[in-house]
Design a protein around this ligand. Structure first.
Ligand code: SDX
Length: 428
């Protein structure tokens, strides 16, 4: 084991160096406070590793993203979302028979308890879809009490993982139908996973609906690209909540709430709203670039920048190409795509963005495809949650199998020092 030497208060301490399978290096500070009395401080955990994980590898400098060692470019091109979900959960690509069994297990659980419809009735039709989704997903624990046992065997955990993969698409489709005031469409086991989702979203009881295969392919690709991303904000939330032995439904619902934030998964909705605003404002790209650079202006270029990627987000590259393809195949011209491309071109030639290594991220172009697929902008973050579900589940399972301790960071206290209480009668 390589060692690092820490010198503080005239003492020297050895720290173990942990080296990952891709050569990433970390100082193991698990016993730092016991040895030295010091903790580390890293607001936002920009330099802090919370765990070791074998699921996803990202190299922000090289723009590399791999799920269980497989490059995202190959998976997005040739795989399907459920095949990727299997890979993330079990660590290996499934055989044909394994994938068919996995797909069948999911197809058999796509229905939702009829009582859950009453939850939907309680929300205003204007409710944000993420608020409904997170609430209803957390409530699923009430229907599957076996999930509350933190010591349940793997087969019980696996059954509830399958339930979530099976039911979340149905919930999302029903959220859409509620917003439209349309009848709920029940899942069809004779359709593929993504085709079934699109059927529940856009089908109607009054006629047969078969989704366009190009749309199915585009959505599979988007879901794959969103499936996992190591210890991002929402995945860290899922692992943190799960570390207290809270059930998987509560953990995933918490992850959905974290993803909702505009700095995270909520950015895909913000991007489209930003592009529409720029278009409505006459398309003056430079004006908005200047505002994004102005420290006194709260406006940020949504869909730009990333905590890890400092050259380019490989997902953004793939989605940008896919956006052109999907719009072309569907015969759609979306002027907002032209604005997005121009914005990227101007930003990437501006020293402010170059110096800060700010590039388009996964959210910059994804909304253009969702919109072309007929998905309303308020549902974009729900679509991000749909894709990320497989990663959340795989990461939660990895954390539980590793028997990781409850997450409980320390702090540096900066408040008032000791003082005596004075009764109000004497305080005047
Ligand atoms: C996702 O972590 C993941 O993996 C997330 C994700 C996933 O798959 O799970 O990839 C999904 O969340 C993508 C990010 C979506 N969010 C946005 O697009 C919102 C806009 N981007 C930012 O707010 C920002 O870039 C973050 C939140 C993505 C990253 O923030 P950091 O790493 O904390 O960086 P920072 O805010 O400290 O910014 C560094 C500098 C600052 O300038 P200075 O103070 O150094 O002068 O860059 C500036 C920031 O002001 N900056 C921007 C900017 N993003 C950063 N300036 C203008 N526009 C932007 N978008």
């Amino acid at each position: 084991m390589q060692k690092a030497l820490l010198q503080v208060d005239g003492q020297s301490y050895e720290l173990d160096i942990v080296i990952g399978s891709e050569g990433e290096k970390a100082l193991d500070i698990a016993k730092l406070r016991d040895k030295t009395g010091y903790i580390t401080l890293d607001v936002g955990y920009k330099n802090t590793g919370a765990t070791t994980s074998g699921i996803t590898f990202i190299d922000g400098e090289q723009g590399i993203l791999r799920y269980r060692g497989y490059p995202i470019e190959q998976l997005a091109e040739f795989s399907t979302y459920l095949e990727i979900a299997y890979l993330l959960l079990y660590g290996e690509l499934p055989t044909k028979a394994q994938l068919e069994q996995f797909e069948r297990k999911i197809a058999e659980r796509t229905l939702i308890h009829e009582d859950i419809k009453k939850f939907f009735d309680g929300f205003p039709s204007s409710a944000h879809p993420m608020g409904i989704l997170a609430s209803v997903v957390c409530s699923l624990s009430s229907f599957y009490p076996e999930s509350l046992d933190p010591h349940a065997p793997d087969e019980v955990v696996e059954r509830n993982i399958i339930r979530l993969l099976a039911k979340v698409p149905t919930l999302i489709a029903w959220i859409y139908k509620k917003r439209k005031g349309h009848p709920y469409m029940y899942p069809r086991n004779d359709k593929s996973y993504v085709a079934n989702f699109l059927y529940m979203m856009f089908g109607m009881p009054t006629y047969d609906y078969e989704p366009d295969t190009h749309v199915v392919d585009a959505l599979n690709k988007l879901l794959i690209l969103h499936a996992d991303h190591e210890q991002n904000c929402s995945t860290s939330t899922v692992r943190t909540v799960g570390s207290s032995q809270a059930n998987i439904y509560a953990s995933v619902a918490a992850g959905m709430c974290a993803l909702w934030g505009p700095l995270h998964g909520g950015a895909n909705q913000e991007v489209i709203e930003m592009l529409e605003m720029i278009r409505a404002d006459g398309g003056n790209i430079q004006k908005w670039i200047n505002r994004a650079k102005d420290k006194n202006d709260p406006f940020r270029l949504m869909g730009f920048g990333h905590r890890v990627y400092k050259n380019f987000d490989p997902r953004a590259k793939i989605i940008k190409q896919a956006a052109d393809q999907v719009l072309n195949v569907l015969g759609i011209h979306d002027p907002v795509l032209d604005i997005a491309k121009k914005l990227e071109e101007v930003a990437l030639s501006d020293p402010y963005f170059i110096e800060r290594r700010l590039y388009p991220n996964v959210d910059f172009y994804s909304g253009i495809i969702y919109r072309a697929l007929g998905i309303p902008v308020e549902m974009f973050t729900v679509m991000f949650a749909f894709g990320r579900l497989a990663g959340w589940l795989a990461q939660w399972w990895e954390m539980r199998r590793a028997n990781e301790p409850i997450v409980r960071p320390r702090q540096v206290y900066t408040g008032p020092t000791l003082r005596e209480y004075v009764p109000i009668a004497k305080r005047g």
